[in-house]
Design a protein around this ligand. Structure first.
Ligand code: DX5
Ligand code: ZN
Length: 222
């Protein structure tokens, strides 16, 4: 099972003064995509990365860019992020007025679509759109900042979602974002998640990126 677990470093914990170099470093290792956190200061109380930054780091790797949009009403911003080189755009259910319209806008632009849900949002609300998306991203912290503590009740949500997706025989990612580390990574993968986002555990501590990635893979029994 663990062979299929995908690992996505979140560059929110990177050194922004040398973002290109950090992407070059990440590109050396066996990871699956780069997770890019876009925050607008409204949907979440923080401002981070715009499409110009995505465009500027695009030449540093061929790895897919998964852009996690923590912004209100993302529709008007989506074309810029697609043109900047995003491969998957993840929008929040809570941030969209018409989630189906947003999903189809992203699909029409020719890239993949994910839906993120906050810790307080029930997975029942995303059941009707499961067959229209490439990923459900379960937020295991309240979005806005890196380095927060994993919320344990996320495990039950992952579990329920895995059962639902398998029952429907869908091939979509169950992502988990927030507080993923050597302790929580095995817990979320055992609960049924297959795409683990990790910021501070890969880029936000004193250890080399290489060791951090190797250690996470080791606890997942790669
Ligand atoms: C939080 C972001 C995460 C963040 C995770 O709002 O969506 O992607 O970078 O950081 P860690 O892994 O440090 O919890
Ligand atoms: Zn994120």
């Amino acid at each position: 099972m663990s062979k299929d677990i995908k690992l996505a470093p979140s560059i929110l914990s990177a050194d922004f003064s040398s973002l290109g170099h950090q992407i070059t470093e990440l590109n050396k290792y066996d990871i699956d995509n780069i997770h890019i956190d876009v925050m607008d200061g409204h949907f979440v109380p923080n401002i981070t990365i715009g499409s110009v930054v995505v465009e500027s780091i695009r030449p540093f790797t061929n790895l897919p860019f998964h852009v996690h949009m923590m912004v209100n009403s993302p529709d008007k911003l989506i074309p810029d992020f697609v043109n900047a080189g995003s491969d998957r755009i993840i929008i929040h259910l809570e941030a969209c007025i018409d989630i189906r319209k947003s999903i189809f806008q992203i699909k029409e632009l020719g890239i993949e679509v994910g839906i993120a849900i906050n810790p307080a949002t029930s997975i029942d609300l995303i059941k009707p759109i499961l067959s229209d998306v490439d990923e459900i991203l379960i937020m295991s912290v309240n979005p806005g900042f890196g380095g927060q503590k994993f919320i344990p009740s996320s495990l039950e949500k992952i579990n329920k979602l895995r059962l639902e997706i398998d029952e429907l025989d869908l091939d979509i990612d169950i992502g988990v974002d927030g507080g993923i580390n050597l302790e929580t990574a095995p817990m979320v993968s055992q609960s049924g998640a297959n795409l683990l986002v990790a910021g501070s555990a890969i880029l936000g501590n004193d250890f080399p990126i290489k060791d951090n990635i190797m250690n996470i893979k080791a606890v997942l029994n790669y």
